[in-house]
Design a protein around this ligand. Structure first.
Ligand SMILES: [Zn+2]
Length: 653
């Protein structure tokens, strides 16, 4: 889903606040800026220790057994904004049990009226203005089981189980069970009426974003049950992999960007008929418009195509560059991108809600012409975020309804790492007196969110869009960053192992924790499990410094407390009167510790986490204690990220 909580406009708002904050704080932090400007320039480096896992055994698309495949022929009426379609759904019962019913997701029915599950839930703090000027719906005209010669078996009066106001999750009884390993082909005819583009899909003038548009099987689990759910505001994705073959008939003046590779493109009178095919994906979306310009680029054997509003060439070139860098980075860290092409759709300004979305091999960006000119890498972040979803939900097919953070949180984290690795440290805004990193922005946005709900909450379990955005995106990313900081880059290494092991599979939190244990050890796994699954928090406080003469030397006792129950190891730096620095490690167990050292002079200053590795630390204002009045904790201001943190702390909502 959207880049960050709230998508492009929200990101721009936050960046605007950051830039404004920067201006306000520029004087106060001139010192910090000066020091940070003195940092040596280094080439971006982002290699985890140790050799990268071998990639030669990784699954490719030809290793994927198709379970839910679709051959569809769709015709777009650009005047009525309706798609009429027919075709076949090929389903293989890959479970261990006979299946006597299907679940079909009819997501476009979320826009039928205001009482649907989707529209009942407030989106406050997250994407989706509640303006649906024209309603949308999907009408299944018929569904029949081809080999059985059944007539129409679709239950036309059915609604979502236990919810008469919603028709997005429909149980279809079968005349007989489909046995394990049996394949069944269903013929389907349907008509999708697109809503005005207000929430991810729909139309705006002649622009059409056609997503969640066909009757789609829910996900069949290995035990023969269906993982099915109504179209909820904060989740939509979970499906089996399959092969898609979709023919799209549009007015001849239209261009189409779609999932998959273009197999044919014919003009027939006033119409244009394009066919797209793709193996081993879990969904299919397309955009059609007569206002697109096109730019292309090759990157590592992947053909990248960007469709964008005419005149926004600058945005297109930024997005193509970011996608090329992202494909290389993510491919290296999380296993190669397995498809031949990637399509970027930059919707026109009037269709902003179609932007910032991910579908297999197709991502959408967004923003008006001015956005390419702002002094922050908004388009790069958007592109890298949506591209990271090709792994975290696409190639690694998690259940977004049950565990949205495995989708958005891992993606937010991957975006941070990719931005740093490919554009340089603190590269979100780098024209300020001091730069801002995406990690610090995420950290600032999640402060105080820990007691709202555990990060690993199902999509429907968040009280507000703001809780969802702060926990699922920002806190999850901040936890993974802390894994990196506290456990030798264990966040990145674990995600690499997790993505490779679960390529074209459907893992859950315990699979992620397994990877963290394998890559970072038991302590790292315990931290991650507690941080993701509970409301535990951590706030380190230096509470006392005591120096006692002991013969020729001093016994120095420093007491550190951790408020909150989230256990994470941390480094403590002591500086004595002679300026000698000593670093001591606290394993983070228990609520407090007294660290005792001996030295030639008394300790004057103590700083917890001098390198700012523990991003889950709720407050940094209590991380330093000095016996010398008005002294800055040494090193504290050297780190530009600290200045950025203060700035963001001041402007964060
Ligand atoms: Zn997202």
């Amino acid at each position: 889903m959207k880049a960050r909580g709230g998508g492009p406009s929200e990101l721009v708002r936050q960046l605007g606040a950051a830039i404004l904050g920067a201006a306000c704080f520029a004087l106060a932090f001139a010192l910090a800026a000066t020091i940070s400007a003195m940092r040596p320039l280094e080439a971006p480096a982002d290699s985890p220790p140790g050799a990268a896992p071998s990639t030669d055994h990784l699954k490719g698309i030809d290793d994927v057994v198709p379970i839910a495949s679709y051959t569809l022929s769709a015709k777009l009426d650009a005047n009525t904004h309706a798609v009429t379609a027919s075709g076949e759904i090929r389903f293989k019962n890959a479970s261990s049990r006979a299946v006597d019913h299907l679940f079909l997701h009819l997501y476009m029915n979320a826009f039928e009226h205001e009482r649907t599950v989707f529209r009942r839930k407030s989106g406050s703090g997250m994407r989706g203005e509640d303006v649906v000027e024209t309603s949308g719906s999907i009408v299944v005209e018929s569904l029949s089981w081809k080999e059985q010669g059944t007539g129409d078996i679709f239950p036309h009066d059915a609604h979502t189980p236990n919810d008469v106001d919603d028709r997005t999750d429909i149980l279809v009884p079968l005349p007989r069970a489909i046995e394990p390993n049996e394949e069944a082909i269903f013929e389907v005819r349907f008509r999708t009426n697109l809503p005005s583009v207000a929430l991810r899909a729909g139309y705006s003038d002649s622009f059409h974003m056609v997503a969640q548009w066909f009757p789609k099987l829910a996900k069949l689990e290995p035990d023969g049950t269906w993982a099915h759910f109504p179209y909820e505001r904060f989740s939509e994705f979970y499906s089996n992999y399959g092969d898609y073959d979709v023919t799209i008939d549009v007015p001849s003046t239209f261009d189409v960007g779609a999932t998959g590779s273009l197999a044919s493109d014919e003009r027939i009178g006033e119409r244009r008929v394009l066919r797209f095919t793709q193996r081993a994906v879990g969904d299919f979306a397309f955009a059609a418009w007569d206002g697109f310009a096109e730019a292309t680029r090759q990157a590592d054997g992947v053909a990248i195509r960007c469709l964008f509003p005419r005149g926004q060439d600058r945005a297109a070139s930024i997005e193509l560059e970011a996608a090329a860098r992202g494909l290389a980075y993510y491919g290296d860290k999380f296993g190669p991108y397995p498809y031949d092409q990637l399509t970027i759709v930059h919707p026109p300004s009037g269709a902003g809600e179609a932007g910032g979305m991910e579908y297999p091999t197709l991502i959408t960006t967004g923003g008006g012409p001015w956005q390419a000119l702002v002094p922050a890498r908004v388009l790069e972040v958007l592109t890298l975020h949506e591209l990271a979803h090709q792994w975290f939900y696409g190639i690694v097919g998690t259940n977004e309804n049950a565990s949205p953070f495995l989708d958005e949180g891992l993606t937010s984290y991957a975006t941070e790492r990719a931005l740093v690795a490919t554009y340089g440290e603190d590269s979100l805004v780098d024209v300020l007196p001091f730069p801002v990193s995406l990690a610090e922005l995420e950290r600032a946005s999640q402060l105080g969110s820990y007691d709202r709900a555990p990060v690993a909450t199902r999509a429907g379990g968040f009280e507000s869009g703001s809780d969802y955005a702060r926990l699922v995106y920002s806190r999850a990313a901040t936890i993974l960053r802390t894994l990196d900081g506290a456990f030798d880059d264990a966040g990145l290494r674990s995600l690499g192992a997790y993505a490779r092991t679960n390529r074209f599979a459907h893992p859950n939190l315990s699979n992620l924790v397994d990877a963290i244990r394998e890559q970072g050890g038991d302590e790292a796994a315990a931290f991650a499990e507690q941080a993701f699954s509970t409301r535990a928090s951590a706030d380190f406080v230096v509470t006392s410094i005591e120096n006692q003469r002991d013969g020729d030397a001093y016994r120095r006792d420093v007491t550190i407390e951790r408020r909150g129950t989230l256990e994470v190891p941390v480094t403590v730096e002591l500086v004595d009167e002679a300026g000698v620095e000593t670093r001591v490690q606290w394993d983070g167990r228990g609520a407090s510790t007294t660290l005792t050292t001996r030295g030639g002079s008394p300790v004057r200053t103590v700083l917890v986490d001098p390198e700012r590795r523990i991003l889950v630390d709720e407050s940094r204002s209590n991380d330093a204690l000095s016996l010398t009045p008005h002294a800055f904790a040494p090193r504290t201001l050297v780190l530009s990220s600290f200045a950025a943190a203060l700035m963001l702390h001041a402007v964060a909502p």
